[in-house]
Write a protein that binds this ligand. Sequence first.
Ligand code: KIV
Length: 271
Amino acid sequence: MSVHTQSTRMTTTRLRQMKQEGEKITMLTSYDYTLASLVDAAGVDTLLVGDSASNIVCGNQYTLPITVDEMIFLSKGVVRAAKHALVIVDMPFGSYQVSEEEAVRNAIRILKESGADAVKLEGGEEILPAIRHMIQAGIPVCGHLGLTPQSVNQFGGFGLRAKEDKEAAKLMHDAKLLDEAGCFLIVLEKIPARLATEVSKAVSCPTIGIGAGAGCDGQVLVLHDMLGLNQGFKPKFLRRFAELGSAVTQAVETYVSSVREGTFPSADESY
Ligand code: KIV
C-alpha cells in the first residue's frame, strides 16, 4: 500500500508551473489561525507570515523588532490553518545577516518548529551566500527586492525604490542572481511597474508584486490593509477589498450600547 495520499497542497513546483502557464499567483499575509483559515478556504495560493506582524500584530513602527521566537509562535497558527496554501515565513531582521551558518540554523529552526514550507529574506547580492547555503540545505527560499522594510533606516523611509537607472540595474542584477541561486519566488516591493515587468520576464521563477504593477506573475497585499482593518494606511498601490475597520467599530459600538441599555443578553440569549 502506498503511503502517499492525494494532496491539494500548493507546492513550489506548481508555482513555477503557474508562471509558465501564465496563471497569476495570489499571496496574502496571515498572522493567526482564525483569519488564515478564512483566507486559505477562500483559495489563496500562498500565505505569508510577514514580519509586518511587527506593525500589524505588535503595533511597532517598523518591522525590525520582531524576533525569530515571535515569528515561530505566529507561524504555528497559520500552518495549522493552511489546508491548501503554501506557507512562507519571513526571517526577521538580524536572523540571517550575521553569518551563513546562523542564517541556515535560524531557517531550519523556523521550518522545524512552525511546520511552514519556506522562508523569505530581504536583499540581493549581499545575502547571496546565506541564500545559497539555505538552498543547499534543502530550504525553499523566497527573495524580496525593491523596498525592503528591514533596511528602512538605510533608505531613510518607505518611498518608491529603483527609480534611477543605477538602482534599477542593481535590482535586475540581484533578481537574476536570486533566480540562478534557486529562489522559488521573488517578491518585488514598491518599484516602477515597467521595471517589475522586465524583471518578471528576465527570471525563470515567479515574481510577486506589491506596489509593482500588473506585470508581475502574482500579487501580495497585507491582509489587514486590503480588508480595511488598518485604516490609517492608504498608499497608492493599496486597494481595499472590504471596509472591515468600520464594520468592527460599528459592531463594538452596538454591543457597548446594548449592554449599557440592558437589551443584551435577551431572554432568548439566556439559559
Ligand atoms: O512582511 C510583509 O508583510 C511583507 C509583504 C509586504 C511582502 O514582506
